[in-house]
Design a protein around this ligand. Sequence first.
Ligand code: NDP
Ligand code: N5H
Length: 257
Amino acid sequence: MSIYPTLTNKTYVVMGIANKRSIAWAIAKTLDAAGAKLVLTYAAERFKSGLESLAADLNGEALLLECDVTNDAAIDTTFRTIHEQAGPIQGIAHSIAFADKEALRGEFSEMTRGQFAQALDISAYSLTAVVKAAKPYFAQDASVITLTYLGGERVVPNYNLMGVAKAALDSSVKYLANEYGPHGVRVNAISAGPIRTLSAKGVGDFNSILSELEQKAPLRRNVSAEEVASTGLFLLSSMGSGVTGEVIHVDSGYHIL
Ligand code: NDP
Ligand code: N5H
């Protein structure tokens, strides 16, 4: 008998696949391999065809829906449609963040009010907006995960505004876990080490952060999106049934230094 959970006929929503390098795509593939019924959401129409080609490689047939997380009505419609077409929601992987590139370098306090509001809206508030919209449709023992980064716990050069957004996200995880626990819903975060994705492209000193981790982290190597995804599977399945309000670091142990 396999020690891995079987997710056959269980509906999972994965939000934040930009391309094949996305952490959300690794999560989708892992859930698919465990037999889950998948719903994949994308930010705007122009991302649809790319996602369709990726989804064609999955074992199961996925439902693809547009969902811009800055739009409450869009979020409500998305979750109503998911329930109508795919039944109760067993889990959600929220893998979404955005900050104006200009605010991800140079001096932290140079950011504008508008840049701050946008980054916090998309990268932190959206988790609560999504959980709220899914509330009527959760299965009895549902689980939600989000992706965070060490720069929300301590200063990491250039992470700047995103550090504040991740601190808000990490705190939201705790408040949501406390509120939704009595309803049987768990809420956790995975703090991933640096992974070369579209978001990471062209920002800050990404290469030096990768090599610093490789030299100093307990495991002396970087992590893969697949390693993040297998921790995601643990948290999203019954294997993680006793865990909520937690941040699990999948970063080769770098955070202990
Ligand atoms: P990707 O660029 O692959 O994913 C980011 C996703 O955010 C994209 O799919 C993008 O959608 C989505 N997004 C942005 N704005 C919106 C919006 N308004 N509505 C809906 N979706 C939106 O990068 P990653 O996989 O690296 O990032 C996923 C998560 O992992 C983020 O929360 C990131 O902060 C976190 N993380 C990443 C690390 C890394 O080193 N890569 C390390 C630690 C955490 P679209 O392309 O459709 O616009
Ligand atoms: C310390 C670092 C490196 C410096 C900071 C990087 C922060 C990255 C996070 C945000 C989410 C990146 C971002 O918003 C980029 C956008 O301004 C421009 N890119 C886009 O618009 C692309 C096309 C779309 C797909 O991107 C998004 N997000 O929609 C942190 C790194 C070591 C680790 C890291 C990269 C963390 C993280 O949170 O992603």
